[in-house]
Design a protein around this ligand. Structure first.
Ligand code: ATP
Length: 434
């Protein structure tokens, strides 16, 4: 009975006019060319929630790739097809992306009790999705444009704030859904329902995350740090035993929860100052996480997570000596700026951001921040050419002079280029390398 409900009004009032027109055009084309097309998934979910969502997902009965070709001919833009998956993506001239997927009807443990309806194909496609709130769809074909499809009580769960899987073995079949559940919980302030929670525990008892490749785990962690508050999601993951399932037993869970909260702050401060970028954030969280786990976690990340060499090196440096560097910054009451500079100079911004998060004193945090915001930007203006002109023989002495200049500059003893040149002139002749 619910299939006859129409979303036209929601579509007309909540979506931008241009997008409405686009959906309508796709529906007309589908009608004319003999396809069945549906708007599905996150797009429909967010439409009903009143949350803007720029990604349009369309499922096509018959063949999505040939249909997408017809649409791109009509609308312009660029098309990319993925033959193997029966999918295609169109990027329109304004940058908007539309995904087309061929409706899939693989075998799934479809509940026998459910009455068969006309839309067997789309229904099967929706059934293989992660959560009921993502199974909502509406028809695009112009004869029944806007007709709402809600086979699995997705709307009810959307209204009640439930994250609910469609079948018992959902998490076992695709453990990435565990992370997706946490993201949706946090993003919309929803909660997994009781059944879903017990399926989750069951999946974890069977160590499903250990069967997931490091690359897939990384993709999910990346998605988590792209949400507005990763620390809430990681904390929930910690409490549910999800992180332990990947890394072994956490050595200091209470401390880790605090560290995660502080990581949000450090990341935010440094992002506001454009000191770190979004692409750097995952590595910061990884450092903070690994820090509260036994050595095994470090090894898993380095060996199995398929990280780039640079990232592996950063992690490795952090735990092999990097972290110890802050000991002095913590304990010495007075330090010259140049001493702070020397202690932190060889560490990457990821390490410094993580150290700020892990810092247990304001003194330490402020020193790292001072380094990042000011000290690391202090530049020596004197060049090798200047030194040559002053008659100093090129050699290792050059870098010694430059670092002496930096030290003087950091400590506020010299300021301008003239100061620098005068300082060099005043250096001992032997020091100048003559
Ligand atoms: P987001 O707003 O984070 O992009 P989304 O729901 O749009 O969320 P996508 O990752 O773009 O998520 O996926 C699109 C749709 O594909 C989802 O709405 C869901 O129906 C389905 N989907 C994605 N990943 C899975 C999965 N692991 N298992 C089952 N269905 C999935």
């Amino acid at each position: 009975a619910q299939e006859s409900e129409n979303l036209m009004e929601v579509i007309n009032t909540r979506l931008p006019k241009k997008l409405q027109g686009l959906l309508w055009l796709i529906g007309q084309k589908a009608q004319k060319e003999g396809y069945k097309a549906y708007a599905v998934g996150g797009f429909v979910r967010d439409l009903l929630l009143g949350v803007p969502n720029l990604d349009i997902d369309i499922v096509v009965e018959q063949d999505a790739i040939s249909f997408a070709h017809k649409i791109v001919k009509y609308l312009g833009g660029e098309i990319k097809e993925y033959e193997k998956f029966g999918t295609a993506t169109i990027t329109l001239k304004d940058g908007r992306k539309i995904d087309f997927a061929t409706a899939r009807m693989e075998f799934y443990p479809f509940p026998a009790a459910m009455p068969e309806v006309e839309e067997t194909t789309i229904k099967h496609d929706l059934y293989r999705r992660d959560f009921t709130i993502n199974t909502l769809a509406f028809r695009l074909n112009s004869d029944r444009f806007g007709e709402f499809l809600d086979f699995f009580e997705g709307r009810k769960d959307l209204e009640q704030g439930n994250i609910k899987v469609l079948y018992n073995l959902s998490f076992v079949e695709d453990p990435t859904r565990i992370f997706r559940a946490l993201r949706f919980e946090s993003r919309y302030s929803f909660q997994m329902d009781e059944g879903t929670m017990s399926f989750l525990h069951n999946a974890l008892e069977n160590n499903v995350l250990q069967k997931l490749s490091g690359t897939r785990i990384m993709e999910q962690l990346q998605a988590i740090v792209s949400e507005p508050n990763p620390s809430v999601i990681f904390t929930r993951a910690l409490e549910l035993g999800i992180i332990d399932n990947i890394f072994g037993q956490c050595t200091k869970p209470q401390q880790l929860k605090k560290d995660l909260r502080k990581t949000v702050d450090s990341v935010q401060i440094l992002q506001e100052k454009s000191i770190i970028e979004q692409k750097d954030v995952l590595l910061v969280y990884l450092l903070v996480l690994i820090n509260s786990y036994p050595k095994k976690a470090f090894e898993i990340v380095l060996n199995d997570f398929n990280l780039e060499k640079g990232s592996r090196l950063i992690i490795s440096n952090f735990f092999n000596g990097g972290l110890d560097r802050i000991e002095r910054l913590k304990s010495s009451k007075h330090l010259d700026p140049s001493e702070i500079y020397d202690a932190l100079n060889s560490l990457s911004i990821h390490c410094l951001c993580a150290m700020m998060a892990l810092a247990d004193s304001d003194l330490l945090k402020n020193r790292i921040f001072l380094y990042l915001e000011e000290l690391q930007k202090v530049d020596v203006e004197t060049t090798g050419n200047d030194l040559k002109k002053m008659g100093i023989e090129p050699g290792p002495i050059y870098s010694k002079i430059i670092s002496r200049l930096r030290q003087q500059k950091l400590n506020g003893q010299i300021h301008t280029k003239d100061d620098e040149l005068n300082y060099i002139k005043g250096l001992d002749l032997i020091e100048r390398g003559r």
